[in-house]
Ligand binder design. Sequence first.
Ligand SMILES: [Fe+2]
Length: 296
Amino acid sequence: MPVQRERSEIYLLTRYLVALLIVCLTIGLSAAETHDPLSRKLERLSNLHGSFTFAVIGDTRSGGDDYRGLLLRLMERSPDFVVNTGDMVNSPGKRVWADFWEQSRPVSVPYFLTVGNHDVDDKKSEELYKNVVDLPGNELYYSFTVNDSLFIILDSNIPGQDRKITGDQYTWLEEVLSASGHKHKFVFVHHPLYPEKGMGFHYGGSLDKYPEDRDRLAALFKKFSVTIVFAGHEHLYLRKMVNGVMHIITGGGGAVLYAQEEQGGYYHFLLVTVDGNKVKGEVIDIRGNVKDAFQL
Ligand SMILES: [Fe+2]
């Protein structure tokens, strides 16, 4: 091979490798930017004073264009932070999670995740979840506060306690609620306590699978005056009051819908504004229409 041609091929190969390295570094840095450390998220929230607004979205399930469309609408409304009610991805894997954070790039505010059954299904995927989602401790359940509001994120997928909030997590939850003097308390759990029969596919297969444990949890929420319980799992929107506590299922974040539009089967997110004693909510669909509104 002529020396000139050999040099030219080495030169091209070197350029290719350098370009590849730059792409890899860019992807890595992008993921790191989107995936803020929890400490930074909490620091940003500690600077909030007075009224604030948070958005809730769920069952994005690597939802592609619908998820991205919802996020653009959501960020137009400038929430202070976002909470996902779970099933962020379809099936866990490093590349899938990188893709989720890449799709979530429009969310330039703190983004908190609730674990769903599609996010973790064994020990390996649990370890991966702990790597790709910042958590304050070693558990997938946690809490944080914003002004006079308490936010509790639960894990309804613990092996041996699947579709239940029991054991150490229940003890922790009771302690957090009893120690809280917060005016408003918001709970996020992937599996709903009260799915509706005939709407969606998970009636009897959510926290209602174990009615005694579900009722004990509901009584705890009632005792400590929880403001709203947000869930997902059913790919639709549903709001109901049960024993004085508001329960909302918001699972229309991008996955295939489980109901007709008139039964809540539309892509949507929620915006909740806390202003002193008042809590106001709006449900907004992918076209920007307000589909439901409430005030507490
Ligand atoms: Fe689910």
